[in-house]
Design a protein around this ligand. Structure first.
Ligand code: HXC
Length: 255
């Protein structure tokens, strides 16, 4: 990734931070975005290598198209190019569907579904206008095609992101050579998602029981996969979703 530029939305915590760290280690200039400046600065300290100028932080909200467009402009003026976009920013909470408020539904749809479109639209247009190309990686979840009981807002939004992944892979792949892929992580340690899953000891035990490999994934494993998908080694991969969940979603009748 030497000399390349990668934008990671929601890059100040969880998987986003670990992916950003991996890309920095691989020589990329990395932009991390988020809503909170302090958290972004702390993440920058943590992931920067010897050259702090390798990491740019941008305070923005993926729910705003104008923020996505500013993200592209600030990246261009700092680094002069964009090679990859990782749509990692997400919002989620556990709520029974019948109790979910209209605003709770809208908030998660706005962050996950609309945010992914706004950022992809802004970066895609940058590539198209500059006659260059790059690749997009979307973070989904196995409940994008399976059931997401307790997280109907996130499941519906991730299903939309998966559809967007495949649609843009065809539309932008054929016209512009832009690749669009996705990763569907299972339960991953040191992430906001795991914190939510492990709110109680019983919930933690249930989750571990549901994974055939009987362990959580690590954010480093996600980062390694993300690096591979963005790299030239995966240059023929387009419209694919790669699951990294220890076999969890296949475990329909846990034993
Ligand atoms: C019920 C809730 C709620 C909860 C928020 N809401 N949390 N309803 N149970 N636990 C409702 C609020 O009451 C409000 O509706 C609406 O959602 C918006 O809430 P705000 O707090 O105003 O929104 P905001 O400040 O924008 O925060 C967004 C957020 C927050 C999604 C609620 O959690 C967030 O920013 N999260 C970002 C990080 C994150 O979630 N990462 C995990 C991703 S893991 P009303 O009607 O009251 O106005 C993942 C996969 C893992 O995606 C899967 C594991 C389950």
């Amino acid at each position: 990734m030497e000399g390349q530029v990668v934008i990671v939305t929601g890059g100040s915590s969880g998987m986003g931070k670990y992916m950003a760290k991996k890309f920095v280690q691989e020589g990329a200039n990395v932009v991390i975005t988020g809503r909170n400046e302090e958290r972004l600065e702390a993440a920058k300290q943590e992931i920067s290598g010897e050259d702090p100028a390798q990491v740019l932080t941008i305070v923005m909200d993926v729910r705003k198209m104008e923020d996505a467009e500013r993200m592209v402009m600030e990246t261009e003026s700092a680094f002069g190019r964009i090679d990859h976009l990782v749509n990692n920013a997400a919002g989620n909470f556990i709520a029974p569907a019948e109790k979910l408020s209209a605003n709770g539904w809208k908030t998660v749809i706005d962050i996950v579904l609309n945010g992914t479109f706004y950022c992809s639209h802004a970066v895609g247009n940058y590539w198209i206008e500059n006659d260059t190309k790059g690749s997009i990686l979307n973070m989904v979840a196995t409940y994008a095609w399976n059931a997401g009981a307790g997280v109907i807002h996130s499941a519906a939004a991730k299903a939309g992101v998966l559809s967007m992944t495949r649609t843009l892979a065809v539309e932008w792949g054929s016209k512009y050579g832009i690749r669009v892929n996705a990763i569907a992580p299972g339960p991953i340690e040191r992430t906001g998602g795991a914190d939510k899953l492990f709110e109680s000891e019983a919930a933690a035990k249930r989750t571990l029981q549901s994974v055939p490999l009987r362990r959580l994934g690590t954010p480093e494993e996600i980062a390694d996969l993300a690096h591979f998908i963005l790299s030239e080694k995966a240059s023929y991969m387009n419209g694919e979703v790669v699951t990294l969940d220890g076999g969890q979603w296949l475990n329909q009748f846990p034993f």
